[in-house]
Write a protein that binds this ligand. Structure first.
Ligand SMILES: [Zn+2]
Length: 349
């Protein structure tokens, strides 16, 4: 039997308190004055909209399981009302999802997803948010907490918190429908892409018993930190948690449309016995962080899997040249919009 999720109009704590206060009321405690938070969880896809499909699993089922776990965990906190856009395998439009959040006076809409890429080579978590004003500021602030939770609690690589505007609309609205719809209703929203279903780095994060529950708990913890919630049942108190404040931008924040500006390598050392080259790498992109590199040891005929890159601007890496290498190394660096720049080629031997 499924839990009964509310989609009814909510009477907030503050509204009740205000209507019951006598005129000469004693001052309310800080706790009592705290506004009740309304959180809307949106399990992505559903019905004939299956989402990504890999390893005999459908994204629409996984998102519902993550959402159920997120719901169960969040309802252990005080001062929060949690609603869901769907609790069954129902088909909902993107604007329906945003409207449910609005109808429940939600303070935030969290759309739950798993990712896949056309080349099956990407891995990690990412959060998408609106590019506009306060919606951007709130989405960014939450996204930083969320990706940090997924990294620290589960070990998912962080791809970042990003915006994407619709080029078809001349960048006048958000590209992703659920975010665009929520923004037009003035509801802060994010799409949480927990990990990739189609890449070996990430398959260990969602296919085993308990994995999806762990995602849901991490999501709930991020929400609790963002809103400063506490839970007697869980024995945690985030009321003093300090989140990074993000300023609302004056202009819409668009996606990065250009690849990294700099990708340059020099050989600093080569050990012939182990066929290991040490390289110094300059990798810069003024528009977005660089998150991966891959290398070729045959002048670009073939490339390694993507390796994580967290250094800021420059760093050092080691490459082992296989027996069939022609003695050269070329690097490709990728920003977090997956745009790539190829470096110079160095001759190692
Ligand atoms: Zn999805």
């Amino acid at each position: 039997m499924k839990k009964r999720f509310t989609q009814v109009a909510l009477v907030t704590c503050t509204a009740l308190c205000a209507s019951m206060l006598p005129t000469a009321a004693v001052p309310m405690s800080a706790e009592a004055a705290t506004k009740n938070v309304v959180v809307c969880i949106d399990p992505g896809h559903g019905g004939s909209n299956l989402g990504a499909q890999y390893n005999d699993l459908q994204e629409k089922d996984l998102t519902l399981q993550i959402a159920n776990a997120m719901y169960a965990e969040l309802t252990k906190y005080e001062g929060v009302t949690v609603v869901m856009t769907r609790t069954t395998d129902a088909e909902l439009s993107l604007s329906d999802r945003a409207q449910i959040a609005k109808n429940n006076q939600a303070d935030f809409l969290y759309s739950i997803h798993l990712n896949a890429s056309s080349e099956h080579n990407l891995y990690g978590s990412e959060v998408w948010t609106s590019g506009f004003g306060e919606m951007y500021a709130k989405g960014q602030a939450f996204g930083k907490i969320e990706t940090a939770e997924l990294s620290s609690q589960i070990g998912v690589y962080t791809r970042g918190v990003k915006t994407k505007l619709s080029e078809a609309s001349n960048m006048s609205r958000d590209y992703y429908g659920v975010i665009s719809a929520a923004t037009s209703l003035n509801v802060p929203s994010v799409i949480i892409e927990h990990c990739y279903m189609d890449e070996a780095h990430d398959t260990g994060f969602y296919m085993e018993e308990g994995d999806l529950e762990a995602f849901g708990k991490a999501d709930a913890t991020a929400v609790a930190k963002y809103f400063g919630l506490k839970s007697t049942a869980l024995g945690v108190d985030y009321s003093t948690y300090v989140k990074e404040e993000v300023a609302a931008p004056a202009l819409p924040v668009a996606q990065d449309l250009t690849p990294p500006e700099t990708a340059a390598i020099t050989v600093t050392q080569y050990d012939a016995a182990t066929r290991t080259a040490k390289l110094h790498v300059l990798a810069k992109d003024s528009g977005s962080p660089i998150i991966y590199y891959s290398y070729s040891t045959d002048s670009g005929a073939s490339w390694s899997v993507l390796c994580g890159w967290t250094a800021n601007g420059e760093g050092d890496i080691s490459v082992v040249l296989p027996e069939n290498s022609n003695g050269t190394i070329t690097l490709a660096v990728y920003n977090n919009y997956d745009l790539c720049t190829i470096s110079n080629t160095v001759t190692v031997y």
